[in-house]
Write a protein of this length. Structure first.
Length: 117
């Protein structure tokens, strides 16, 4: 009985592994597909960041430490990837959105497919 269970379990595991590999390969067929997913990700990030950027800009203007134009320019890129200490990139906000996760998986799958002989 235990032998049958192990065969069944290994077959299920093999099926899941093969289906996962097939789905990641299908996601990233071309550079155009990956770029399309990236554009969708960036559009969703822009929507999510818009109210935060507006709030930060308004707070900057109300504090009157800088001009209105300076505040608007400064916060237009808030939440994007930026250089941190030692010039290492600091991750941007909202890359955990479903559209961004799909893009990142497709990008990685494309890299992997290109690295195979």
């Amino acid at each position: 009985m235990a032998i049958q269970y192990n065969r069944f379990g290994s077959r299920c595991l093999l099926f899941l592994l093969l289906s996962t590999l097939a789905s990641t390969t299908v996601l990233a067929l071309t550079d155009a597909d990956v770029k399309k997913l990236q554009k969708q990700c960036e559009a969703e990030r822009a929507k999510a960041l818009a109210p935060i950027r507006a709030q930060k800009t308004q707070a900057c203007i109300e504090q009157q430490l800088r001009s209105k134009g300076h505040c608007e320019r400064y916060y237009t890129t808030y939440g994007n990837v930026s250089p941190g200490p030692g010039r290492a990139p600091v991750s941007g906000y909202f890359y955990d959105l479903p559209q961004c996760q799909a893009w990142l998986k497709a990008r990685d799958a494309l890299r992997v497919s290109r690295s195979r002989p």
